[in-house]
Design a protein around this ligand. Structure first.
Ligand code: DGL
Length: 282
């Protein structure tokens, strides 16, 4: 049964009120699922709430002001409905733009996901790395700062892959392997021609196409993501917060608009979560 109305949410709240700590994960869509999946697999007895802000999707082509405003409202909605103990902002765009504002506004711990420029630079023999991310992330001052702090002696070649974000969010579950390879081909051609030896997946949506990136780039290019690093960080924070009165086993997925194409059911099945329908957030 899927929680598309307030009755179901009362039931959810009753269930959740028994267990702490609770982790809430936010992304504009399906991008954060590989992150919550990693955490869920490592620590199955826990309460995990995933909100895909499908009504706000895509974040990457919006202005900084509207991203900040939207993310603050979605986190407020999660606080109101589930009172989480810790948040993972599993979205590079939201993290690079809005993390500081979130920490200022809410007295809760936030873990962010930002492009893994540091490990890529550490491993690059060519001193030439690629970064694929949303239109907003590739130009953000946070990203500039990451590059000048951790990759100052590297050429960092950037590609704004907003179309690829749309492909993952809207077409992935219906696509076959050749559609997936075609979707990543323009970016892979670009990075191969640029001669990078490490490619940072700087948008969480691309994690769903990691295998295809690697297949087209070949073994000489290392495809870098932040799932392990972020997952470990969240586990440590959850340990610090303790087990609470009772440890539950909840992995609920919500969207902020109706899932017209039923793809969230498919994604939930793939990642071991339970799709509970629309969480109404203003
Ligand atoms: N998944 C998000 C990221 O990591 C953003 C996708 C979008 O909404 O544009 O940047």
């Amino acid at each position: 049964m899927h929680g598309t109305n307030s009755t179901s949410f009362s039931a959810d709240s009753a269930l959740l009120s028994l267990s702490r700590p609770r982790l809430a994960v936010l992304d504009s869509g399906v991008g954060g699922l590989p992150y919550i999946h990693w955490i869920f697999r490592a620590r199955p007895a826990g309460v995990y709430i995933y909100l895909a802000d499908t009504a706000g999707f895509p974040y990457g082509s919006k202005t900084e002001e509207s991203i900040i405003d939207m993310v603050i409202r979605r986190v407020g909605c999660l606080v109101q409905n589930f009172d989480p103990d810790i948040f993972l902002i599993a979205c590079n765009t939201a993290s690079v733009v809005a993390l500081a504002a979130l920490r200022e506004r809410f007295s809760k711990p936030f873990v962010g996901v930002v492009p893994a420029v540091k490990p890529a630079a550490q491993q690059s023999a060519a001193r030439r790395i690629g970064l694929i991310a949303t239109s907003e992330t590739v130009v953000s001052s946070y990203t500039e700062n990451l590059i000048s702090t951790f990759a100052a002696d590297c050429d960092v070649v950037r590609f704004a892959g907003q179309d690829l974000v749309d492909f993952v969010e809207n077409d992935l579950t219906r696509a076959d392997e050749s559609d997936r390879l075609e979707a990543v081909r323009p970016a892979c051609d670009f990075f191969r021609n640029a001669g990078v030896d490490n490619l940072v997946l700087g948008c969480t949506h691309y994690l769903h196409l990691q295998k295809e990136f690697q297949a087209l780039l070949g073994p000489e290019v290392r495809v870098v993501d932040s799932v392990d690093g972020v997952g470990r960080q969240v586990l440590l924070r959850l340990e610090d917060l303790g087990q609470g009165e009772q440890s539950g086993k909840v992995f609920n997925i919500y969207t902020t608009s109706p899932d017209e194409g039923s793809s969230y059911q498919d994604f939930a099945a793939l990642y071991g979560g339970d799709y509970r329908g629309v969480l109404s957030c203003s």
